[in-house]
Design a protein. Structure first.
Length: 677
């Protein structure tokens, strides 16, 4: 900063997080996390709380007993003190956690406070709701959606109520109302009655502590159910104490409204099972408890039957969801529960707030959709079904028979087909068809020949990896077998020393058998310096089912004919010889000029009949009117590049390109036509 133009620059450094900027929420959270990581060794409990139990600028945590809670409180105070920060607005359900040294404005014992949008009452340590929704005489779809969004319930404690509101909103969509259209009289009255019953939600108190005192084991029970309009899942926690007693409390729920497209009830029941599986996985990851057992319940015998089937026997929709369920849960965890004792039935049908308040089936383990007043007095929602109230669960909740497979939906149709095959394939065909890779077939034949050899000569058994001789023997056998299947007459004639027929399709190739019995191409390249396989290529049939021929397109590489082929030849050899070598402009120009001279020196016509004419017509004659000649340089191909000077290095590159190009040119003299065989 400068007050005047000529003043020296003053640097100011911001030492705090400035609120109001885009990055402020991240910086504030990241600062607290870094503090926990830096001081975690000295304050392990407080560090764990800051990394897991902080939402924005609120620390939300607790402990099983008062001693642990006080220890954690002191660690939190000391940890924040290390970072130059102080904790304010303390709230606890025990008076001893609020120190006398705290300022009166820094703590609250009896006052209600909001936690993540949910009302928390420190005394008697329970969650509550404070819904205030203004009513009007006329409602639109926009107003209805806005009022539904005001019901903030992240844990799904009011699941049946929210489901009922969702179903009403979907009903408005079916009426095809615009956002600003007034609701019809019937729907307007129905929504007013629903809003009037929401006042009973404020009477609901949900205990924060869900476990019984001195609990020795904890179980999770999840329920899934579906109706024609919605499906849902709910999870309860059951704690068993050392005296054999148990308590069951509602933990979390989730619901979905059915799509406008028609879906069968069994499919909706399956979707509810998938929703329950995902919800159970999230709960197991979030809970800081050691869960001894996990149970998942459904009243659909069809879903249980699908879980016992293989995915390949089910249709795609069902198979995909069964696969998800098996990934998230274990088959032994699934059980059947009667519909009357299934608390998920409440969330699938919806319920008014009045009945939900006293619904034991929902809060302590879920029922049918009731009006607002009925939910307030229904114990089933809050305490769960009676089957969970017993100390020990029965092996089967009810006697249910699996549906007959003939009537089980979503199974793929099975038809019995009798097929008789009359195969003329030989053992060799069976070996060849084992794979579409030539190397695999060769290796199979090599091991087969080794086995035959070991059986004939037990004293000279071969062991270890395949040798090159064994692979070569199998390769030649495979080639000879393919040749004999198509060119049997030609091979038989050459083996007996006779001439092949004049009607043979390969007569112009001058075929012959080498010392291993493989038929090869004859020709005029016998006296060249090419390798044996280049002089005499192996003849293979074009219509063999295991051979795929790839031919170079006409006028390649760029449909420019012969001149483009020369350009391609130059690029091909130049890249492989030059590699990563670095040339100056003059050096590169010299090298390319020499390469150009090589490519322009190949003959275009045979030598003339004149014995005195020793020159042949080349492309150079059309360029400069004479043969391109140069001083003969000594061969530098075998010398190391780092031992040569600049000119010798260029000369070596030219000689190497000439050697490569001349060999490829000789190969091009032998025509390779695709025969009609």
């Amino acid at each position: 900063f400068k007050a005047e133009v000529n003043d020296p620059v003053k640097v100011y450094k911001l030492c705090i997080v400035t609120y109001g900027t885009t990055s402020a929420p991240f910086l504030a959270t990241r600062t607290v996390q870094q503090l926990a990581k830096d001081e975690g060794k000295d304050f392990p409990l407080a560090s764990s709380v800051l990394l897991q139990d902080v939402y924005m600028d609120d620390v939300l945590t607790g402990e099983d007993n008062l001693i642990k809670a006080k220890d954690m409180q002191q660690q939190l105070i000391s940890l924040f003190d290390r970072g130059g920060m102080a904790l304010h607005k303390w709230s606890a359900n025990n008076q001893s956690l609020l120190c006398d040294e705290m300022k009166e404005s820094d703590y609250s014992f009896s006052k209600e406070t909001k936690t993540l949008g949910i009302l928390w009452k420190p005394q008697p340590d329970c969650f509550g709701f404070n819904l205030i929704i203004e009513q009007s005489e006329v409602y639109t779809k926009r107003v209805v959606l806005s009022q539904i969004a005001r019901i903030f319930d992240p844990l799904g404690l009011l699941g049946p109520i929210i489901t009922k509101a969702k179903m009403f909103l979907q009903k408005l969509w079916l009426l095809k109302l615009d956002w600003g259209d007034t609701l019809p009289l019937k729907e307007n009255t129905e929504w007013q009655n629903f809003l009037n019953s929401l006042m009973f939600v404020n009477l609901i108190n949900v205990p924060v502590w869900n476990l019984s005192e001195q609990s020795i084991s904890v179980e999770l029970h999840g329920f899934a159910d579906a109706s024609e309009l919605a499906y849902g899942a709910v999870i309860y926690v059951k704690s068993i104490n050392s005296y054999g007693g148990s308590e069951v409390k509602l933990l979390i729920s989730k619901s979905r409204v059915e799509t406008l497209k028609f879906v069968t009830i069994p499919r909706l029941e399956l979707c509810a099972a998938v929703l329950l599986s995902k919800l159970m996985r999230r709960v197991l990851r979030a809970l800081k408890l050691e869960v001894s057992k996990t149970y998942v319940w459904t009243d659909s015998t069809i879903v249980l039957s699908w879980l016992e089937k293989e995915c390949k026997d089910l249709k795609t929709f069902v198979a995909n969801r069964i696969s998800i369920i098996r990934t998230l849960t274990v088959a032994e965890q699934w059980n059947h529960v009667p519909s009357k004792q299934n608390p998920a039935d409440l969330i699938s049908r919806g319920m008014d707030p009045v009945k939900l308040q006293l619904c034991e089936l929902w809060w302590n383990l879920l029922s049918r959709g009731l009006q607002a007043e009925s939910l307030l007095h229904n114990e089933g929602w809050w305490n769960g079904p009676s089957v969970l109230q017993s100390d020990e669960l029965p092996e089967t909740v009810c006697e249910c028979s699996d549906p007959d497979e003939d009537y089980l939906p979503e199974l793929k149709s099975k038809d019995d087909i009798v097929l008789t095959l009359n195969s003329n394939k030989t053992f060799f065909d069976y070996i060849v068809n084992r794979s579409n890779r030539i190397l695999t077939v060769v290796r199979i034949l090599s091991f087969l020949f080794r086995f035959i050899s070991s059986c004939r000569n037990p004293e000279s058994k071969r062991k270890g990896p395949l040798t090159s001789e064994e692979l070569s023997e199998a390769d030649h056998y495979l080639i000879k077998r393919c040749q004999f299947e198509v060119f049997s007459a030609e091979v038989t004639a050459m083996m007996s020393g006779d001439n092949i027929s004049n009607k043979s399709k390969i007569l112009n190739l001058s075929p012959f058998l080498d010392n291993k019995g493989v038929m090869r191409v004859g020709g005029r390249l016998e006296n060249s310096h090419l390798p044996y396989s280049g002089k005499h290529p192996i003849i293979l049939p074009s219509k063999e089912e295991n051979i795929e021929w790839s031919f170079i397109p006409l006028r390649s590489s760029n449909w420019g004919g012969l001149w483009e082929a020369n350009i391609k030849a130059f690029k091909y050899h130049f890249k492989r010889v030059a590699g990563n070598s670095k040339f100056s402009y003059e050096e590169l120009l010299t090298l390319t000029t020499q390469i150009e001279a090589i490519l322009d020196s190949h003959p275009l016509t045979p030598l003339s009949a004149d014995v005195d004419d020793l020159e042949v017509l080349t492309p150079a004659h059309f360029l400069i009117g004479r043969l391109i000649t140069a001083i003969v340089e000594p061969s530098l191909i075998d010398f190391e590049t780092n031992h040569l000077n600049v000119w010798q290095r260029i000369t070596k590159s030219v000689q190497t390109i000439w050697k490569r190009w001349s060999l490829s040119y000789l190969n091009g003299l032998q025509q390779r036509k695709k025969m009609g065989s």
